[in-house]
Design a protein around this ligand. Sequence first.
Ligand SMILES: *Cc1c(COP(=O)(O)O)cnc(C)c1O
Length: 383
Amino acid sequence: MADTSVIEISKKAVEGNIGFLREQLGGDVMITSVVKSNAYGHGMDAYVPLAEKAGIDHFSVFSACEARRLMKIKSPGTRIMIMGWLDDKDIEWAIMNEIEFFVFDILRLEKVISVYGDTGVPALVHIETETGMNRTGMNRQELRRAVDIILKNRRSVVLKGLCSHLAGAESIANHVRIQRQISRFLRLCKWFGEKGLVPEFRHVASSAGALTYPGARFDMVRMGILQYGYWPSAETFIQYIGRRKEKSDPLTRVISWKSRVMTIKKVKRGEFVSYGTIFLAQEDKKIAVIPVGYSHGYNRSLSNQGRVLINGQRVGVIGLVNMNMLIADVTQLPDVKTGDEVVLIGSQGELTISVASFSEFSNQLNYELLTRLPEAIPRQVVS
Ligand SMILES: *Cc1c(COP(=O)(O)O)cnc(C)c1O
C-alpha cells in the first residue's frame, strides 16, 4: 500500500448494528443516522452508502459544510438535517435544497421568514427547545415569541420537528436531570399542540437516551456512536446487558485501522529508544518502526502505553509517539519482518484492540479518538 495506513469499514458490521438498533426501537421510531465529523471518523463517503443499504434514509450533520458534502454522496430520496452551524447565507441554500435544520433562536427564525419573503419556499424546521442542557435551544419566553412568529407566518415554515438534547443520558449520575428534561419536553409538546402546532417528529435522544430511556424515544432518535459499534459509555452497556440473558455485545465495531512494519532494528541493553529518555532498553531488544504517528491520529499520550497487534501477538508501543512514526517492542516475535501487517485498531488472529481499550490507555473517549482520525487516511469498505 502506498499510504502509511488504511482504515477498513465493515459492511457486515454496519448492517448488523443498524439491524440491532431497529429491533430495539421497534417500527414506529424513525432513526436519523448522525454522520457529523466525517461519520465519526469512519469517512462519510464510505459510511453513508452502507447505511443507506441497511435502510437509513435520514442523516444528520452539524454544519452546512457537512451537508454540502453529504448532498454529493447520498441517494436522491435521502433526507438531511443540520443540527448546528448555518451561516445566514446558507439558510437560503438549505431551504432551496429541502434540507431540514434546527432553529434554536429568534434570529434564525426571522431569517427563515425573510427568505420565504424572497423565494416563496417554506423552510423544513426543527424547533429546538431548552429543557435543561443549557447549550442551544429556546427557553419558554423565546418559544412564546417563536410560536407567535410561526402562527403569523404559517406558510413560511413546515414544522418538521420539535426537539431538545439530553445532557448526559450515558451516566446514571444524571438520571434526575434527564427525567426532568423529558417531562419539560412533554409539557412543551402539549403546549405547542394547544397552539395548533403539531410537529411531524418529536426528538430528544441520541444513542444513550434511545437505549436507556424508552420514554425519550418519541418519534425519532438521533443515532450516532451506537451505529458504529461503540457504546456511549460503559454504564450504558452494563445497563443494557443487565436486562438480558445473552451477555455478549450485540454490536460490532465498524472500523479497523491497519498499517505495516516499515523496518526492524536491534537495540542494545542500556540504550534509549526514540527521542529523549522515556524508554530505556533494560535488555537487548528488537524493535519495529511503524509509519503512523500523532499527525495520523495516533495520540502522543499512547507513548510507552499503546498496544498494537503484529504476527497475531499484542505488543507494546515504546518511547514517544512521533509525528509520523511509532515504535513497537517486537523482541518476542521471532518471525517478524518488514511489511508485516500491524493492527492499530481491530482484530488480528485471536486478538482485538478496541478503540475503547485504546482510549483507556490514553484517557480519550471513543468519540474523540474516532473523530480525530484524519480524513487523509484512505477508507476501504470490506465485506
Ligand atoms: C452528536 C449528536 C447526536 C448523536 O450522539 P451519539 O451520542 O453519538 O448518539 C445526537 N444529537 C445531537 C444534537 C448531536 O449533536
